[in-house]
Design a protein around this ligand. Sequence first.
Ligand code: ADP
Ligand code: MG
Length: 289
Amino acid sequence: ATPTALMVASGRGAQLGIFLKGHQALDASREVDTVVFDKTGTLTNGALDIVSVSVATGHERDDVLRAAATLESASEHAVAKAIAAASDADGGDVTDFVAEPGKGVHGVVGGRQVQVGSPRWVAKGAAVPAGLARARRDAEGAGQTVVYVAIDGAVCGAIAVADTVKSSAAETVTELRRLGMRTLLVTGDNTEAARKVAAEVGIDEVVAEVLPDEKVARIERLRQEGRVVAMVGDGINDAPALVTADLGLAIGRGTDVAIAAADIILVRHDLRSVVEALGLARATRQTIR
Ligand code: ADP
Ligand code: MG
């Protein structure tokens, strides 16, 4: 894009809460034919609530929940915020804290080793009590997100959380498809939860249970197929994919890491900004001619 085009687009964009980091963003946005969405915090509001807490025999519900909530107070993940709200602990009550993007967190809380994360990750190499496996199956079947809690290596809790789809999501996807774009949902969450959101917003290609580097691989494959790919995301786990895509769009309320990795920042919560951002380059060219 010419300096003038970038200036005009930047001005228009700013009015719409869309910030372009450079001319490359403008050039890429003109060519995009495929839009990949993250789920949590992007298509959904990212304000999750705890739906149920199940604990293994011999464990106290309050103890398991408090340990998980204390650990999660050190994390900025949407799932973490929902769980952390169950206690008034802060990150200072956790030592040796480690966050593994796309998997979960672990650390020491009150002298015990606590781990909270995706069932696949927490259950790796550990026995899962039948009651917790059942709780997971039921909640995932209902489209909820489930995390397991392990204390000192024993899987002892299953916490189900639920999110709501952004009111602007279905309309945005419909408009992108009307413009001839292919749309995909790519998420680290379970398949049922992913399918539920995809059905609600009208996306028919779903890639679930993927780690951050697998999100990258999916985008690379689309590019090899000749697609020009925009990725929309908000989390630390989305940063590599935002960089790999031809155009990375970060939700402004997302994490700093995602914002740093993106070409375009969308300040508004409203997903229609995605359509407006992709339209900026075209509109600008017409204005200048
Ligand atoms: P998404 O692609 O939906 O944004 P992520 O890749 O961030 O999801 O996470 C994938 C899964 O990993 C989550 O559904 C959750 O099970 C688990 N997870 C990631 N971070 C955390 C955390 N801080 N606490 C608990 N679980 C987590
Ligand atoms: Mg997200």
